[in-house]
Write a protein that binds this ligand. Sequence first.
Ligand code: SAH
Ligand code: SF4
Length: 459
Amino acid sequence: MKPSTQEDKVIDEGRQGEAVTSVEVVASIMTSQGYETTRNAEDADVVLINTCSIRENAEIRVRKRLGDFKKRKESNPDLVVGILGCMAERLKKSLLEEEKLVDLVAGPDAYRDLPNLVDEVGTGQKAVNVLLSRDETYADISPVRLDQGGVSAFVTIMRGCDNMCSFCVVPFTRGRERSRDPHTIVNECKELFNAGYREVTLLGQNVDSYRWNLSSKGEIKDDTQPTTNFAQLMEMVALVSPDLRVRFSTSHPKDMTDDVLEIMEKYENICEYIHLPVQSGHTDVLHRMNRGYSREWYLDRIDAIRRIVSNCAISTDIISGFCGETEEEHKATLSLMDEVCYEYAYMFKYSERPKTLAERRFDDDVPEDVKGRRLIEIIDKQNAHSLATNQKDIGKMYKILVEGPSRRSAEQYCGRNGRNSMVIFDRNGVEKGQYVMVKITDCTSATLLGEYIETCPSA
Ligand code: SAH
Ligand code: SF4
């Protein structure tokens, strides 16, 4: 029998979607070649570590994790250890030299080659494939869901990114933007629904620039075939079943058009939640970041969301201490936060990444302690806003998709409302995957507490 594999999810500070789908695609490729997955690292003969390079911290964690496998490799020299994903792409062969433990390095477009690479290692060689592709989308691969019996799944609709934000390593590690055939996406969502899933999150670095059979300038590539933009794709997925909730992430503000918002409002099963990363509240910083929009343009998009989508929650990403950021520019981020009052935010200290435009053009000149202090100010403000927005929900009724027992007690169940808020309530016999109405009675800045009212027939 061929060896079994153990895929390891490297968690990107709460943003796990892309890591999960990559792992599932890899699991599908390996199992189609006779490998098996295992939940127990001790049982594995092949360990494939999926990585992210976006912030320096993620890479530091991977190197620490490799240390954990050192002893196992000493006692079992046949153990194959591979590094996949962004970090593999960024460091290529040098990873094999720096980390003696590593036998195999595969970039994000090389997963179909993994069985060959593992065989190559079996012949006593180190194996590398870091070729990036212009058209690999893994569209025909049906991901193996590792959380059998789950409620919510990620579905990759596009790969790569053409945006070249100056701080970001993604265009170098994930390659050019390419969208996946809409019919394979819809089929995957149908299969998920039939397997009991009740929520899909359409995933990509920039989902609102999704386009099928259209060039980046909007020209039709093949006039015998239909074209599909993101709003149309969402509609196709929403029509899979009214009981399948649809989410998406991440949207780039420059591509967030009114037609996407109108489709969100039209279908009850498209969740009223948008993650719209702003990064900074000052136009000059946004310009240095090469984000392609100004503060005013971003705020106009926020107005459009509020105008078109009823009761829509908005979250964001913010970077503190980007190159040359002055105190006044930092204050502009705080004032933008006050204007928008985000429900939630992912907040980071700027870390310089190799090869990026910012590394080549600007000095990483904001001192660490200043970056840290600004980040704390941003986090404090966000916590206050999260609490205030949650408090406004007290007394309201929400439809929740039940995810299962809460972390604290088996008697309490949890689930999210369409706005992506986590709600905890007494179980009352409900089952995972059901939709229930809950009345909100209390909250913290992170969660809503509710009272079960009734089970709903559908989404
Ligand atoms: N494609 C998404 C973001 C992907 S990266 C978008 O454009 O919105 C996720 C987040 O990591 C970014 O939004 C940014 O806030 C943060 N990030 C990326 N590179 C970073 C860096 N060099 N230093 C600090 N944070 C960074
Ligand atoms: Fe990176 Fe910008 Fe692309 Fe997001 S849109 S992945 S931040 S380059």
